[in-house]
Design a protein around this ligand. Sequence first.
Ligand SMILES: Cc1cc2nc3c(=O)[nH]c(=O)nc-3n(C[C@H](O)[C@H](O)[C@H](O)COP(=O)(O)O)c2cc1C
Length: 208
Amino acid sequence: MARQGLNGMAGLQRFRDLVLRSRSIRRFDESAGVTGETLRDLAELACYVPSPRNLQPLKFLAVSDPERCKALFPMLGWAGYLPDWPGPEPGERPRGYIVMLGDTSISRDFACDSGIAAEAIMLGASSMGLGGCIIGSLERDGLRRLLRIPGRYELLLVLAIGRPAETVVVDEMDEADPVRYWRDPNGIHHVPKRRAGDIMADFGDDPC
Ligand SMILES: Cc1cc2nc3c(=O)[nH]c(=O)nc-3n(C[C@H](O)[C@H](O)[C@H](O)COP(=O)(O)O)c2cc1C
């Protein structure tokens, strides 16, 4: 039993390391390609995640063709907390995108599905040395036209994927300016996160 417990902790530690490593990445080594097959393998992870009523209403488009990536890039909004940074420069842009769609012929509620699937895909990307960013700030009409997405699909998120070319560190949250991420003079991206002790609710165990 004790040994099983230890293995369990080691497994959790490895998974925690993966979650910790899986930060939002917004600058990439554009010389390192990402194939359509890799994007499809990552999207396939969404086949195995939980879904309310097991409806599985999500569909995915893998975009890896350089010309299509170029056309798609301007339709994404990057890093709202960094107003002086317009987004990744040429040479540091994502090499592929997974466009997440909600099929309204299956459901009209995608809120849980989209988050669960997005994180599974981002963890998968991190596990293979890739990285990326979930993008919800989208020029949806333009994307719909560009990718010829029929009206029955809701455009939910775009997952930008590439080989990371930036350092991201997690900081303990500071009371003064709690949630805004920022970049230091060395270009290191800092993400404040609440402490574990601050997210555990404790309402006492006295009976009411
Ligand atoms: C649903 C969702 C939408 C997001 N949309 C954007 C976005 O439009 N642009 C962007 O740069 N980052 C976006 N992000 C990334 C967040 O800014 C990021 O998760 C947050 O800053 C924390 O950083 P971390 O992912 O490294 O923990 C989004 C994240 C989620 C979960």
